[in-house]
Design a protein around this ligand. Sequence first.
Ligand SMILES: Cc1cc2nc3c(=O)[nH]c(=O)nc-3n(C[C@H](O)[C@H](O)[C@H](O)COP(=O)(O)OP(=O)(O)OC[C@H]3O[C@@H](n4cnc5c(N)ncnc54)[C@H](O)[C@@H]3O)c2cc1C
Length: 336
Amino acid sequence: MKHEIEFLIIGQGIGGILIAFELWKMGKSFLVIDDGSEKAASLAAGAILNPVNLNKWHLFEDQKTNWNISLKTYHELEFLLKERFLIPLKFYFFPENDFKKIPEEIPFVSKPDQKDINMVSEIFNNPGDALEISDVYRVDIHRLKSAWKKFLSQKGIYIQTDFHFSDCAFKNNSVEYGGYIFQKIIFAEGARGIANPYFHDLPFIRNLGNVLHLKIENMPREIGFHSDKEKLIPMGEGRFWFGSNYEWSFNELLPDIRWQNECFDILKRRLKIPFQITEHFVAERPTTIGQKPIMIQSKEHPELYMFNGLGTRGFTVAPVLAKEFYGKYFGNKQVE
Ligand SMILES: Cc1cc2nc3c(=O)[nH]c(=O)nc-3n(C[C@H](O)[C@H](O)[C@H](O)COP(=O)(O)OP(=O)(O)OC[C@H]3O[C@@H](n4cnc5c(N)ncnc54)[C@H](O)[C@@H]3O)c2cc1C
């Protein structure tokens, strides 16, 4: 007799984790499968939550609606997992010469106060240009993912393996897979969702980001900055993340050396202290036309759902969208 479970979730990037968390809170039975790939967008990301759109000098449109829900959800997860992974940053912005005129007043943006100015002067060239952005956080996704994996593994509901579509058998409004019977499968595969054989004509557009990892010994632990495009984000223990760019046309996932050289120049210009590039890699963002998330149910196989297309700000929007997704498809069947 095969074991029956209500949900199977494929993928444990930030999308899959937050969907699984919603199911957990609602007391649903579920199993998750993730292949443990280090190339997943969530693991490659700067994973920053920033309320201000610095390119347009205004708050992100969803700032009011999404922001508090996102922070609250991450805090709830921290509480459940007894692990701290939402890290507040001291985050500075250095507008370059040709940057749009800065408005007189904008929420979350101010000149660094007197007690910070000495520290800023020791680290950065032209410290007088610095603006401080408040309420910026980094989600330490490596810590979150490993704590979540441990939590679910202890309950026997996390399997690290590749999901094979050809092994699915559709029977009586359910799907047999790997010796189990599932009522529903939720695909949260990130950029690999483009090749999902059960969902067609999805509005994905491929997008690649280059990332540098740096070692900066003398940089205080939780300081980051934003130049016109790239961001420096602390990863702990003197390690930093620097990126990223947006490539819309590419055939292979290869690092762009010209971009690395440009970044080297930005870092040289901006930092007074020595830095060392330790790694250069690329990752694909799960982006869509019009930056709209994909939250759908298959017409052909109504047991199948997709949660994807989280785009460039996945870490801010995923907590809210995971709730919306749950409410839309499973909400009326909440808590038994
Ligand atoms: C360079 C870069 C920088 C970014 N910076 C930020 C940022 O600062 N802030 C922000 O909010 N967002 C940022 N993003 C966007 C953010 O990373 C994404 O929106 C988000 O991570 C997408 O999460 P996801 O769970 O949908 O996909 P993913 O993180 O890709 O997760 C999908 C998971 O499913 C697994 N999987 C797929 N297929 C299978 C299968 N068949 N079997 C088993 N497992 C499978 C994958 O291996 C992976 O673990 C950035 C993205 C990139 C690439």
